[in-house]
Design a protein. Structure first.
Lengths: 524, 292
């Protein structure tokens, strides 16, 4: 029988109040909301990048590069172990994930095996095969190394993005070797992107006094040197002959900043080494006064100054042909440190602020008009019951948005489409009930009886029918990316709230109306 | 509104119509192909808004002079906005970044870049697989659900046929209209699948209920059930279409393709639940058990 149960009334009322409570923060912008009193929820629906503008980047870390580096390092290590123990060897070299060496004296093989095993890191498997020693990284070692590489890359990317002044970036690991970077609302995505992608390996070498022209005349480079391009292609000196030995690396830097050089009035990047680095820098500059230093960034010379006097304070300037921006970018890169491995951009989606604004406007307009159309349509078709269903639609939107705020979901353009679609589909549950009541009335039952039965019969169908849409929405959530996930979220929440509003809220309202007014005729 | 149409009578016309629709869809799918977006093919997409209406022909000549590869240039929503789609089958991700840079260099300074997207070939392939998986798994999940929910395999198969009918004809719709097929299209197809089954389930539920309640012949019972739920079917389709119409007209250019596919899906889903799913139950040889 139809009756107004007190607890049901209470539940509906509290759900409505909670819905409004969590809806309210969305009427304020981000800064206003933090100023609200403590008792008001601060949780808001986030706008997706397609609505507020911004860049989405999918990066891939080239983890193989690090393994290659480690292999080369292993060769050096192996060489020094064998030399120290006076074991003769030939054919020392690196392989894809490890190193290989031939021991000249077959009798020393066993000894070499034991010494090398002791000498190298854990996780490197050392085996002997005839007169050869093979060193290979264990699977666990490779996994750990790759994880470390990706984690370090994320750290560096995060520092760089933070330093570039981007507000509220999201930087996450995805899969094994990928990083997702989301940069909301930035004006110049190109600059941030170029900051992220640079490896930024800073190395200090000595310049060889031999000029490139001279080397070309002789037909060969002096031993222990290599040819390096100038980072500035417009400069007078296009190439340099640089000594291979690395004197110092950027890892030793503790600070870097763009400033204006007092003497030349040009932009320079001032840097500062840590204690160890400062000591080394002092030694290098003392031993090589009047020689030229070569400062290499990602294997290109950015500056080649002459050492005029020993620098003992541990700080110096990099002068180059810098603009304020490029000087600042270099300082940012140096402060954040270098990436352990090269990074590749696999996917990029940038939405300009103007499209974002237009999309919000268009979405709001479509939402309003779709809402009004459906509301009017229901009112014309079902009169009073239509109005009750309309109340349900309104509460449905309130609950949907408040639940989205509660989980701090991201609203995207397809997400807005999902809300509009939900308005259209939310009436379905009500329509099912109303049509059923109508049928029961037609078959001669009393009003009370018809309404009671109408709800009873419709519930099963409603649950059944909505379940399949829910399956589709959940799979979309699982497989979709970005904006599509937003659609899946609003659609699935919309389905759940529409069932609640139709089966609980409208039922309560209809019941109250019947019990209070005891109509002897209803229009459906 | 009370209805008393003899839907069952028109089943043969409907079957022929749907059969032709399927053939046409498959033909279109293979002959005209889907207009795959960069999501799946990889490539570069740039939406640029000019201060004054640019000449598309000039742009095309200009762009093709320094980029080789498949270039598509079209007006997008309004005359001053142009959508560039450049497809380049290259495994080198950097090359695509270069394309974006070159394109930007060739356009006037005051152009407003509303969207710049590029998808590398690797990701394109991954998204293809992801989209196929999403569709396949959801079809399987719905299939299993219907199977368990309705005793009598004829019901399950009827619903699944209707579902495939709707999904295939939507693919045909994409091929015919050449609306860009992208990630959002996958979402549209899954939503249509959900909607199609939703509609079918409502009719089937009524058939099941009537099976218990009445003793009339099955074909008559089928008609009665469809007619009883027809009001609801029409109402829900109309409200959903109304909401979609608002989105189509006012929702902006970006989601127009997505919305039009959904509208098609709602129409065809409504049709199939009435004319295909239910009559198929009889065609598959469902016989009601005689009450003793």
């Amino acid at each position: 029988m139809l009756e107004i149960s007190k607890w049901k009334f209470f539940i509906v009322l509290s759900v409505c109040i909670l819905g409004i409570y969590f809806l309210v923060p969305n009427f304020y912008n981000k800064t206003e909301v933090t100023g609200l009193p403590d008792y008001i929820s601060k949780k808001q629906v986030n706008l997706g990048l397609d609505l507020q503008g911004g860049s989405h980047l999918l990066l891939e870390v080239d983890t193989r590069a690090v393994l290659k580096e480690r292999s080369e390092y292993l060769v050096d290590e192996l060489r020094s172990i064998l030399r120290k123990n006076k074991i003769k060897y030939t054919n020392l070299g690196s392989k894809v994930k490890g190193a290989i060496v031939t021991i000249t004296d077959q009798n020393k093989l066993q000894e070499a095996l034991i010494i090398v095993r002791k000498g190298v890191e854990n996780g490197i498997i050392v085996n002997s095969d005839k007169n050869k020693l093979t060193l290979s990284f264990s699977d666990q070692y490779i996994i750990d190394t790759n994880n470390q590489t990706v984690e370090q890359s994320i750290e560096v990317v995060r520092k760089r993005v933070d330093e570039s002044g981007t507000k509220e970036p999201t930087i996450q690991k995805q899969g094994e070797d990928r990083i997702i970077v989301q940069l909301p609302g930035i004006k110049d995505p190109e600059r941030v992107k170029s900051l992220i992608g640079r490896t930024a390996k800073l190395n200090f070498h000595l310049l060889d006094p031999t000029t490139v022209e001279l080397a070309e005349q002789r037909g060969k480079l002096p031993p222990g040197t290599f040819k390096v391009q100038n980072a500035d292609p417009t400069a007078y000196e296009k190439q340099f002959v640089v000594k291979k030995r690395v004197l110092l690396t950027g890892d030793r830097l503790v600070n870097a900043a763009a400033t204006v050089d007092a003497q030349s009035g040009k932009y320079v990047v001032a840097f500062e080494f840590d204690r160890k680095g400062a000591k080394k820098f002092a030694k290098v500059t003392t031993e090589n006064t009047y020689q030229r230093l070569a400062i290499l960034l990602d294997d290109k010379v950015i500056s080649a100054p002459q050492i005029r006097e020993p620098i003992t304070g541990g700080s110096g300037n990099i002068s180059g042909n810098f603009s304020p921006e490029t000087a600042n970018d270099l300082a940012v890169l140096l402060r954040a440190g270098s990436l352990p491995a090269p990074i590749k951009v696999l996917e990029e989606r940038t939405v300009g602020p103007s499209l974002g604004e237009d999309s919000i406007k268009a979405g709001k307009k479509a939402l309003k008009i779709g809402f009004v159309l459906v509301i009017i349509f229901m009112m014309i078709r079902y009169r009073l019951f239509g109005m009750i269903a309309d109340l349900a639609i309104i509460l449905n939107i309130v609950l949907l948005v408040s639940l989205l705020s509660l989980i701090e979901a991201t609203l995207t353009m397809p997400g807005i489409a999902g809300i509009v679609l939900t308005i259209g589909m939310a009436v379905d549950a009500n329509v099912l009930v109303f049509e059923r009541i109508k049928e029961e009335l037609k078959s001669g039952r009393s009003i009370m009886n018809s309404i009671d039965l109408g709800y009873k019969f419709a519930v099963k169908t409603i649950l059944d029918a909505n379940f399949t849409t829910l399956i589709a929405a959940l799979l979309l959530f699982n497989y979709g990316s970005g904006p599509i996930k937003g659609f899946a979220v609003t659609l699935s929440i919309g389905i759940v709230t529409s069932m609640f509003t139709a089966l609980v809220l409208t039922k309560l309202l209809v019941t109250i109306w019947i019990v209070k007014f005891k109509p002897n005729k209803i229009f459906l | 509104m009370y209805f008393n149409f003899n839907f069952y009578k028109y089943r043969k016309i409907a079957f022929v119509f749907s059969f032709l629709l399927m053939i046409l869809s498959i033909f279109l799918f293979f002959k005209k192909n889907l207009n795959l977006g960069i999501d799946f093919k990889g490539g570069v997409m740039v939406e640029a808004k000019f201060l004054s209406e640019p000449s598309l022909l000039e742009l095309r000549n200009n762009v093709s002079s320094f980029i080789d590869g498949n270039i598509e240039i079209q007006e997008f929503g309004e005359p001053t906005t142009v959508l560039f789609r450049i497809e380049k089958n290259s495994d080198e991700e950097n090359e695509q970044k270069m394309i974006v840079a070159k394109l930007k260099d060739s356009l006037p300074e005051n152009v407003d870049y509303r969207r710049v997207e590029f998808v590398g070939p690797k990701v394109g392939k991954e998204l293809q697989i992801m989209g196929l998986k999403a569709i396949l798994y959801s079809l399987i999940a719905m299939f299993i659900y219907i199977w368990f929910r309705f005793s009598g395999w004829q019901f399950g198969l009827g619903a699944v046929f209707a579902l495939f009918h709707d999904v295939f004809s939507t693919l045909g719709f994409f091929a015919l209209t050449q609306i860009e097929f992208n990630l959002a299209s996958i979402a549209a197809i899954l939503t249509i699948a959900g909607y199609s089954i939703n509609d079918t389930v409502v009719v089937f539920d009524r058939i099941r209920e009537n099976l218990v309640k009445t003793e009339i012949p099955f074909s008559e019972l089928l008609n009665k059930s469809i007619n009883q739920t027809l009001s609801r079917t029409i109402m829900t389709s109309l409200t959903t279409l109304l909401a979609l119409l608002a989105l189509f007209i006012f929702g902006g250019e970006v989601i127009k393709g997505f919305v039009s596919a959904m509208m098609w899906g709602v129409l065809v889903g409504t049709y199939s639940s009435i004319f295909i799913a239910s009559p198929l139950i009889i065609l598959f040889g469902f016989v009601r058990e005689k009450k003793s």
